[in-house]
Write a protein that binds this ligand. Structure first.
Ligand code: HEC
Length: 121
């Protein structure tokens, strides 16, 4: 009986860990609040447009000419690397503006969403 209880608890915890992060509910709102003032449709900084899933996924890093989101791989995704770094001169949003950097939780959400396949969900 006790083993069964533990089994239930474990499968519950695993289930929680895999709960999909919704792009619509969690990711786009972060981008809207913290990024689109510079990465909007009108003269976007570095030609990165973060106003919608389609624009995000077709935006490329200028130097490397590769998409800023590599599904399944946060450590190769510039979206994640630039917002998640603790180096102020490299971090997005830039330290020249008064927009607050992403919180630890928000960075984690980005990473999780990318790891889960960067879906339009
Ligand atoms: C105040 C304006 C501003 C805000 C706000 C801002 N950015 Fe940027 N972003 C820039 C500028 C300017 C560049 C080009 C210079 C550079 O790479 O540092 C840039 C570059 C980038 C690049 C790299 C492009 C490349 O070619 O390597 C990414 C990725 C990026 N931003 C993502 C974001 C994300 C994600 C957010 C929100 C969390 C954000 N930015 C918020 C101005 C901004």
């Amino acid at each position: 009986m006790r083993a069964f209880g533990i089994l239930l608890l474990v499968s519950f915890l695993i289930g929680c860990g895999q709960k999909p992060v919704s792009y619509r509910d969690k990711i786009q709102p972060i981008l809207n609040n913290r990024c689109v003032s510079c990465h909007g449709l009108d003269k976007p900084a570095a030609r990165i447009v973060l106003t919608s899933y389609e624009n995000l996924m077709s935006s490329k890093a200028t130097k490397f000419k590769k998409p800023i989101v590599i599904a399944g791989n946060p450590s190769e995704s510039w979206l994640y690397l630039r917002s998640g770094t603790d180096q102020p001169h490299f971090r997005m949003p830039p330290d020249t503006v008064s927009i607050t950097p992403l919180s630890k939780d928000e960075i984690e959400l980005l990473g999780k969403w990318i790891r889960q396949g960067a879906k339009n969900n």
